[in-house]
Design a protein around this ligand. Structure first.
Ligand SMILES: Nc1ncnc2c1ncn2[C@@H]1O[C@H](COP(=O)(O)OP(=O)(O)OP(=O)(O)O)[C@@H](O)[C@H]1O
Length: 354
């Protein structure tokens, strides 16, 4: 008659486990039992401190199985049981989802956004950063506008940022503003096709690997529209607030609304709207003209229940200053145009937002 597994277990049940007092099968120390023809193998899994006490048990087990009909070879090995308790699957903690992180050394992060391109978001970011520096704030400016990085030109800096250790990136600095641009990581004339994951990687590199130093506020000049960069920024980092730049034209306002809705969905506080190119001031005679109408942004802000933080005029000096590498806040600080930005900066500082 062929030897069966049940017959082996029945024989082993006759042997007492010296530790628990029950039989060795019930005590759970018989492991990895295989019965193949007349060949029987199993393991006695025991506490290594009690190895001596188990030696006679092993001999007993071996003899009991050898005595069975059909048993030819019997191999019993003693191994140490696992000291560790089995994992408690029921009470196991799920890994916590990673929420937005704060970047070490940076007190506040403000996004400057716009629903569409060309409304002056980068001009506002550069002037706001310089105006905050003039208020004595430690300011960083991250140019995340991958589609048209313009901060190096606006702040009059050029050259590739250095990375002496190959891990961290040294930012550039001008007018009291510490600046880094994704545009500086690519060739100026090279058209870069950024895909979602690349964008996210680049943004994370800018936030975490740039040696920003201690900052009161980091201004992030976002690409226009409601895209991956804004979402990644809001989801991965503690974003203290956003300002949305709009021109008075209706279409820009509709776009601004989309921008505001996006931040609202992401749970980012909207510090307010900035109306750029609000009135045209003639650079010859100083005559003021509301080319795109007046009061539209203020009305919209009221409807959306967000503050209208500033009305920046359309003035030739603002453009030439930015194009010349010294924002108007720096090149003509006493001009009314510069004052509009300085008032904005003071407002944010007084509100504890910058
Ligand atoms: N208030 C202003 N007065 C005069 N020129 C301005 C004003 N604001 C912006 N500009 C000019 O308008 C052009 C577009 O501005 P800017 O690059 O800041 O816009 P943007 O919204 O950042 O555009 P993009 O999204 O395409 O990068 C620039 O030449 C800039 O100098």
């Amino acid at each position: 008659m062929a030897l069966t597994r049940d017959a082996v277990l029945a024989a082993l049940k006759e042997i007492t486990d010296p530790v628990s007092g029950s039989d060795v099968v019930s005590a759970g120390i018989i492991r990895a039992l295989t019965v193949e023809g007349g060949s029987v193998r199993f393991v006695l899994e025991i506490d290594p401190a009690k190895a001596e006490a188990y030696k006679p048990v092993r001999d007993e087990c071996e003899a009991a199985v050898k005595g069975l009909d059909g048993a030819e070879t019997v191999s019993v090995v003693m191994t140490a049981h696992q000291q560790k308790a089995p994992p408690d699957l029921k009470g196991a903690q799920k890994p916590k989802p990673q929420g937005p992180q704060k970047v070490a050394g940076i007190d506040r992060v403000i996004a400057v956004a716009s629903g569409k391109g060309g409304v002056g978001k980068s001009t506002v970011s550069a002037n706001l950063a310089c105006a905050l520096a003039a208020e004595g704030r430690r300011v960083g400016l991250l140019d995340a506008d991958v589609y048209g990085p313009s901060q190096p030109r606006m702040l009059g800096v050029s050259g590739k940022p250095a990375s002496p250790d190959g891990k961290t990136i040294l930012p550039l600095r001008n007018y009291g503003v510490t600046m880094m641009s994704i545009g500086l990581m690519t060739n100026e004339r090279e058209a870069v096709v950024w895909r979602g994951p690349m964008l996210m990687g680049a943004l994370q590199q800018m936030m975490n690997q740039v040696q920003w130093g201690a900052l009161d506020v980091l201004i992030v000049d976002l690409p226009p529209g409601t895209g991956d960069v804004a979402m990644t920024l809001a989801q991965k980092y503690v974003l203290d607030g956003a300002v949305v730049v709009s021109t008075p034209q209706d279409v820009a306002l509709l776009d601004a609304r989309k921008g505001i809705d996006m931040f609202a969905k992401l749970g980012t506080p909207i510090f307010g709207l900035i109306e750029n190119m609000s009135t045209h001031i003639c650079s010859n005679c100083g005559h003021e003209e509301h080319i795109f109408g007046h009061g539209g942004v203020a009305k919209e802000a009221q409807e959306m229940r967000v503050p209208l933080l500033a009305e920046i005029p359309l003035h030739l000096d603002i453009r030439t200053a930015s194009d010349g590498g010294a924002p108007i806040v720096v090149s003509k600080p006493e001009s009314p145009q510069a004052q509009a930005f300085r008032d904005l900066a003071r407002k944010l500082v007084e509100a504890g937002q910058a």
